[in-house]
Ligand binder design. Structure first.
Ligand SMILES: [Zn+2]
Length: 147
């Protein structure tokens, strides 16, 4: 699949302009390309209680599921659903330059795109596995839960 990184970064910069960031004044936008060709976006949404702040990637992953072609059937307990996922993600600050996802969002993106998900960085695309090595995932739940 060809990935138009400049277009993805531009989509992230566009949605960064819609961010609600009155406290940090750091607007962030995220744009992701899905395996079925959709581009989904999200922006950060801050809250006076700070702990409730949503990163741009949270909105992106919500948009991924909200715009899926059909409602996904419920997967067996403990298994991740087999739905179209992200293949490439660009996250930028309000200045349009790449911004790496925070730790929480790297974990969120892992379940939305897997370890091969490409993430835009100032040095070029990097696999999520490089940014989140030895990650915790759904397989750990099924392997380690009480029987
Ligand atoms: Zn984050």
């Amino acid at each position: 699949m060809d990935i138009d990184w400049p277009a993805l970064r531009a989509a992230a910069a566009d949605v960064a302009g819609r961010a609600y960031a009155p406290y940090s004044r750091l607007r962030v936008g995220a744009a992701g390309l899905t395996s079925d060709g959709r581009v989904v976006t999200g922006c950060n949404v801050e809250n006076a209680s700070f702990g409730l702040t949503l990163c741009a990637e949270c909105g992106l992953v919500s948009a991924l599921h909200a715009t899926a072609p059909a409602p996904a059937p419920a997967p067996p307990a403990g298994d991740a659903p087999d739905t179209p996922g992200l293949v490439a993600v660009a996250v930028v600050a309000g200045d349009g330059a790449p911004l790496l996802p925070c730790g929480r969002c790297r974990q969120l993106l892992l379940e939305a795109g897997g370890p091969a998900l490409l993430v835009d960085t100032a040095g070029g695309p990097a696999a999520l596995a490089e940014l989140l090595p030895a990650a915790f995932g759904g397989a750990d739940l099924s392997a380690r839960r009480d029987s």
